[in-house]
Design a protein around this ligand. Structure first.
Ligand code: TYD
Length: 214
């Protein structure tokens, strides 16, 4: 059986994480014979841990860090992705599993495509061009789309703001994601993430079943 790589993308507060867990549970019930690997980026591996520590340090002083800091962050995300791809994603696909990844390389293009503005020209395309020679493009990508105002309200109700959770920043990330989806309409499936969490998860589940049984 051929493996299937499905990624979940969207801005912080879009309900991807909740949807991923819901989908994993439902798929295990409906297709117990099919192996499912639920995974995420940043990972909890070595590079992922360094990344989280770096991001926690940067929290609060993210307005004007040096260009080198942004480059360091980009390459940490890429290194984490490379490790995730080779150690988790590719081996699982070889066994015929459905791999569901909560964030993947598109997050790097969308987020670091904002932090690298003014440092490299056209950062989204530049990041995509670095990935192109070695990355595995997902079979399908669910993009959780919602107004960044709504996303921010949800996060504020939940906990303190983290590094990337400022309105203007999320608006720019959201724009990047929408442009990327418009560029590859056959890969991206847009999910209305403005509904309550359960409906978001159900819409995502329906999209996944369509992909699996297409
Ligand atoms: P997130 O999915 O929120 O992880 P968790 O909830 O487990 O901490 O990811 C953490 C942040 O990292 C989030 O704001 C998105 C950002 N991010 C990037 O900037 N670039 C990337 O390549 C990835 C994977 C995430």
């Amino acid at each position: 059986m051929k493996g299937l790589l499905i990624t979940l993308e969207g801005i912080d507060g879009s309900g991807k994480g909740t949807a991923a867990k819901y989908i994993a549970t439902r798929l295990a019930e409906t297709m117990p014979e099919r192996r499912l690997v639920l995974t995420a980026e940043p990972t909890s591996g070595q590079v992922g841990r360094i990344l989280r520590a770096e991001m926690a340090k940067a929290c609060g002083d993210e307005t004007k860090p040096a260009a080198a800091k942004h480059m360091q962050e980009l390459f940490l995300f890429m290194a984490d992705h490379a490790h995730h791809l080779t150690k988790t994603v590719l081996p699982a696909l070889e066994t015929g599993a459905i791999v569901l990844s909560d964030r993947y390389a598109d997050s790097t293009a969308a987020y670091q495509g904002v932090t690298l503005r003014g440092i490299v020209p056209d950062p989204v395309s530049w990041i995509q061009s670095i990935y192109r020679p070695w990355n595995l493009v997902p079979d399908r990508t669910l993009l959780f789309v919602l107004d960044p105002h709504v996303a921010l309200q949800r996060m504020q109700a939940r906990r303190e703001r983290q590094k990337f959770e400022r309105l203007e920043f999320l608006q720019s990330v959201d724009e990047n994601f929408r442009r990327m989806a418009a560029f590859e309409p056959e890969r991206f499936v847009q999910i209305n993430a403005e509904q309550d969490a359960k409906n978001v998860a159900e819409e995502a589940m329906k999209a996944i079943l369509n992909i699996i049984y297409k």
